[in-house]
Design a protein around this ligand. Structure first.
Ligand code: TYD
Ligand code: MG
Length: 452
């Protein structure tokens, strides 16, 4: 008799399925992420979405509601969501444990309830008492919010059908389970199948569902990346758990642009939005310190100024150390090589540390010029004028290449009181009538030596 295979190996990072164990996942190239799980049995045909066969429709016959987007009460969050909550959408909020996912969702619930909407907060992690304690810190809630402690998805689905709230929160997906899936809660197949039910419920009942997904490196708990492709919107909370700022980044959005960021601060009464992140990121900048330069990056549609810090000090071992916090390590290595070759700086004798102050993660190539300048400043141990902002992509021969939205970047710098803006020559020629800030266009990083 043919042997029926009952288990398979799944990657807990990306959900890749394989019949045998592999050291490295072919899907996401992560090491040691494959776990063995029972394969989900043959699924019953689903009777939830529609009945019978649907007919193809004409675009102009489809009705859209006017009140399709509802504000969450946070402008920062609305922008990341692409303008507000969309009816029937499935939103995944990922992040490290303790970063503030439950807190922001409870605050959204409060804002929606204040607008007269019904919301259901379903928790599989905390007891009703614990949620109440948190809610007491956030403020007064009205009766629009209902709480439910439940982990069985069949029951949750039933409650959603009964109550038909405007929005619901599932905290967290890794604690939920379906009885007809054999593996344990938190496993790849459970997390996937559970999300499947939630997606169908959201679409068929028009409920906006927010799913919490913890990012975990250890154990067999599946990460939120496993369900990124199933949901409409994916947001990640970043930031240092021990510091007070939190950055909410849109990674995928079917209803808006991605890579928007929202900046929040954790207070004793929940999260508060930070309206001007540049000001916030530059807070506490050292005066007259070498290696510190302000650069400008575009995150989504918004320019953000950040302080780049570099520290170059003589290495005491044969192999110089390099670290990059908050930006791409390989990019930093490349820029160091460019400096070594084109400006003859002996970085091979120096340890180099690069840090984006403020705990934010930025990868835009336009930061290159800022990184280069901070490296030169630290190498020569000469501070750079603190009223200078720099941006531009740097190529392998040391040329400074054009970047997009130069005028918006310069505008943001001007708004925050900077006096000089160093940028690629090509971009500076495109900027007309910008007064109040001195614009210096450069073609090659060699020109920097004379400026700073
Ligand atoms: P939480 O939302 O429970 O994190 P997650 O759901 O992502 O695991 O965040 C909890 C952290 O936030 C915890 O360290 C306490 C802190 N916190 C405040 O500082 N102020 C507040 O008003 C609240 C509610 C929490
Ligand atoms: Mg939580």
């Amino acid at each position: 008799m043919k042997k029926v295979k009952e288990t398979a190996f799944f990657c807990k990072e990306c959900g890749y399925e394989s019949s045998k164990w592999l050291g490295q996942c072919p899907g996401c190239r992560e090491w040691n992420t494959m776990v063995e799980e029972p394969v989900a049995g043959k699924k019953k045909p689903d009777s939830r979405v529609g009945t019978g066969r649907e007919k193809p429709a004409l675009l102009r016959d489809i009705q859209t509601d006017d009140d399709e987007r509802l504000s969450t009460g946070f402008k920062e969050l609305d922008r990341v969501l692409g303008g507000g909550i969309v009816r029937g959408s499935l939103v995944l909020i990922g992040g490290d444990p303790g970063i503030g996912k439950s807190t922001i969702l409870l605050q959204i619930c409060k804002n929606l309830a204040d607008k007269g909407k019904d919301v259901l907060y379903i928790s599989g992690e905390e007891s009703l008492k614990q949620i109440k304690l948190r809610a007491d810190r956030i403020g007064e809630f009205n009766d629009g919010l209902k709480l439910l402690c439940e982990t069985n998805l069949e029951n949750i689905e039933e409650s959603l059908r009964e109550m038909k709230p405007y929005a619901a929160v599932i905290d967290s997906i890794q604690t939920m389970y379906r009885e007809d899936v054999a593996s344990a809660p938190g496993s790849v197949s459970q997390v996937r199948e559970s999300t499947n039910i939630l997606m169908q419920t959201a679409k068929s009942l028009g409920i906006a569902i927010f799913i919490v997904g913890h990012v975990t490196k250890e154990g067999v708990v599946a990460g939120p990346r496993v369900l990124e492709h199933m949901v409409d919107t994916v947001l990640y909370f970043e930031g240092d758990r021990h510091a007070s700022y939190r950055i909410l980044r849109g990674v995928k959005n079917r209803f808006g642009s991605t890579n928007e960021i929202g900046v929040f601060e954790m207070m004793d009464k929940g999260l508060k939005e930070v309206e001007n992140p540049s000001e916030y990121m530059l807070n506490g900048r050292p005066e007259n310190a070498s290696g510190s330069v302000v650069a400008c990056s575009i995150e989504g549609t918004r320019p953000v100024l950040v302080e780049i810090q570099a520290l170059a000090c003589r290495t005491s071992f044969g192999m110089p150390r390099r670290t990059a916090a908050g930006t791409d390590y390989n990019r930093v290595n490349l820029l160091i090589a460019v400096l070594e070759k084109r400006l003859g700086m002996k970085f091979s004798e120096y340890d180099v540390y690069i840090n984006m102050a403020g705990g934010i993660r930025l990868n835009e190539p336009a930061l290159d010029l800022g990184i280069i300048m901070s490296l030169i400043s630290s190498y020569k141990d000469r501070p750079i004028d603190e009223k200078i902002v720099a941006f531009g992509e740097v190529g392998l021969s040391g040329e400074v290449r054009a970047v997009s939205m130069a005028d918006r970047r310069a505008g943001e710098a001007k708004k925050l009181g900077f006096e000089t803006c160093i940028m690629p020559m090509v971009s500076s020629q495109a900027i007309k009538n910008m007064s109040g800030i001195k614009i210096i266009g450069i073609d090659n990083i060699r020109e920097l030596i004379n400026i700073i």
